[in-house]
Design a protein around this ligand. Sequence first.
Ligand code: TXA
Ligand code: MG
Length: 323
Amino acid sequence: MAKTERLSADAAGLFRAGGILRQGGLVAFPTETVYGLGADATNADAVASIYAAKERPSFNPLIAHVADFEAAQVQGLFDETARKLAEAFWPGPLTLVVPVAKTCTVSDLARAGLDSVGLRVPAHSLAHALLVEAGRPIAAPSANRSGRVSPTNADHVLGDLDGRIDAVLDGGNAQVGVESTIIACLGGAPRLLRPGGIPREAIEDLIGQKLEAASDEGENPLAPGMLASHYAPRARVRLNATRIEEGEAALLFGASPFDGVDGAKAALNLSKNGDLKEAAAHLFSYLRQLDASGAGIIAVSPIPETGLGDAINDRLRRAAAER
Ligand code: TXA
Ligand code: MG
């Protein structure tokens, strides 16, 4: 593949993107969480090319994106809890893992051979328009090379995948900034597979029960693909830093968390007023910028573990994990 087309966020761009997807090509597109690398989920060859472009080491199950709840119900079976969650949070940054329906058209490869399917109805208007244009479920992991930081704009996507995918639909910056919350509703208590854009508390309030956590250490078959080391910048990441050493890059949170960052190679504040929503939106792009400073270490100040802080800390722990 020679060159990756940058498509504009208009009718012509959408038409072109939809055509490429229907023909089995790869198109990166914006969602409200991060940019996804899309392929026709019903076409196993197209899905295989996602893994190739990302250099993803194993066939993890992918999320199938659909235009609305009705389209989701063609693919999966929704029990009472799943239905409640879908009605409350779709369209939005929630993925539901449910048993496959008899009418499911998502390929085995996209589901990694499981008898469940991960479904999401994104809230981004361009993503919605593209799903309507494509007229089929679109499998889409984050549009980065495997193990790298997730992209929140079209330049990030091209930095990682230029020449490896057919096109990127340019819709500016992703608003939420961390991936969707993943909940498995497979009979029995619903389980949190990945913290994300919808805070756990909001989900627990709605369903009136605590979510069981599926740990990603060990061999929990519910959460394949949740590698401990993931979302990794080139620099080493040092968490809960209470001071910045000379030459480190600093990822800050809140009002003046340190006395000074004068010796830092670069410093960015996720949110000076301690707003976790603002912090999530900046997270991946700031990690990229600090990485580009050339510092060997990115020191990160402590971030509260509530609301979206859950997802932010999860991604930072993965970025900091041994690799
Ligand atoms: O926000 C997001 O969710 C983004 C945007 C592009 O929509 N997508 C994304 O996809 O983060 P990805 O491929 O990184 O997340 C896939 C994860 C898998 O690693 C797995 O944990 C879970 O979704 N998953 C998908 N289908 C599953 C299934 N049938 N069973 C268990 N887990 C599943
Ligand atoms: Mg990813």
